[in-house]
Ligand binder design. Structure first.
Ligand code: ADP
Length: 342
């Protein structure tokens, strides 16, 4: 559905030159929810703005639904843009128009003159986003979540094939964020619309994305299925995003005990898929090898529709027995990381 090849965006010239995108290659499949995560300044906004040509690439190709956006005339671009809806962090609503008039706006811009057709479509869209009772309200009378629902209805007005979401939940509280993400997921299911979500929050990726790309300094440093990123991250940046979400800061008392153990214990983190994989495996391991294991931290988490768990353990025993135990866990297909502490 979307093909990005060798995309470069350079702002300014000479000493003021900023390379915002530095050779991006990405393929986004039809119907998937594709997340792009990165820290502030990584190039996320520039990238998503190149996907509807709000930003003109310096080099490379951006092919959306078969059209290379870098090669279109202004008239062609206007038509193709109707296939690409966008929602924004700060909603970008028209404050002097009612909710219904905001949602009708893109239909009017597209040349629709039939008042009944517009009314019917607006009613459908407001129903889809759960705002049928707010048709005549003004944006200033709505909560943040309701404003974003209007943004979503407006973005869908012309039946786009792609929905671009630019930090769409960053201005919302966690509870509202969850309800907006649920709404986006259900729209993706119902309409089969491809979604590109940019965010700096791994919680957003984890909640609804199928595939994720990590962007850093204008380059994609890692990409693939979200579950793979969680179970087997390759880059430091990805690991940092994941560790933040797992909240696995070990208490100082554990670290002290570990430092005092003179090498007779080892901290490990075991990750597994599925709800019950953890406990029996650990007790089997203790029986098989001459070691003890303290469970320091355990967490079961949901990543879109899968269950993903981690256990942090302290293994106490002789070096060789501990190594055998680690091999045993790895042999069962679990991901095992040894945690080094200073
Ligand atoms: P993000 O969305 O990940 O925070 P941006 O895409 O906004 O990152 O920015 C990437 C880089 O490009 C940053 O160094 C930023 O300062 C620079 N940049 C973004 N927009 C402009 C602009 N219009 N003019 C000059 N530099 C820009």
């Amino acid at each position: 559905m979307i093909e990005i090849k060798g995309l470069k965006k350079i702002y300014g010239q000479g000493e003021d030159k900023v390379v915002a995108l530095d050779g991006i290659d990405l393929t986004i499949k039809e119907g998937e929810i594709f997340g792009i995560i990165g820290l502030s300044g990584a190039g996320k906004s520039t990238l998503i703005r190149c996907l509807n040509r709000l930003e003109k690439p310096t080099e490379g190709k951006v092919i959306v639904d078969g059209f290379d956006l870098t090669k279109l005339s202004d008239d062609q671009l206007r038509l193709v843009r109707r296939r690409i809806g966008m929602i924004f962090q700060h909603f970008n609503l028209l404050w002097s128009r009612t909710v219904a008039q905001n949602v009708a706006f893109p239909l009017e811009i597209a040349g629709e003159k039939d008042k009944n057709k517009i009314k019917k479509r607006v009613t459908e869209l407001l129903e889809l986003v759960g705002l049928s009772d707010k048709a005549n309200a003004y944006p200033s009378q709505l909560s943040g979540g309701q404003k974003q629902r209007v943004g979503i209805a407006r973005a869908l007005a012309n039946n786009p094939k792609v929905l671009l979401c630019d930090e769409a939940t960053s201005a919302l509280d966690p509870h509202t964020t969850e309800s907006i993400l649920q709404l986006l997921a259900s729209i993706n299911q119902k309409l089969g619309i491809t979604m590109v979500i940019i965010t700096h929050e791994m919680a957003v990726i984890k909640a609804i994305c199928d595939t994720v790309a990590v962007i850093e300094d204008g380059k994609i440093v890692e990409s693939g299925p979200v579950l793979d990123l969680f179970t087997n991250p390759h880059t430091k940046t990805a690991r940092r995003f994941i560790t933040t979400i797992n909240n696995q800061e070990l208490p100082e008392v554990v670290l002290e005990r570990q430092r005092a153990s003179n090498g007779y214990s080892r901290l490990i983190r075991v990750s597994f898929l599925g709800p019950s994989a953890g406990e029996p495996i650990i007790s089997d391991m203790i029986q098989k090898f001459n070691i003890k294991a303290n469970i320091l931290y355990g967490n079961i988490d949901h990543i879109k529709n899968s269950v993903y768990g981690t256990l942090t353990l302290q293994l106490i025993g002789a070096e060789n027995d501990t190594l055998q135990a680690l091999k045993y866990l790895e042999g069962l297909g679990l991901k095992v990381e040894v945690i080094n502490i200073e």
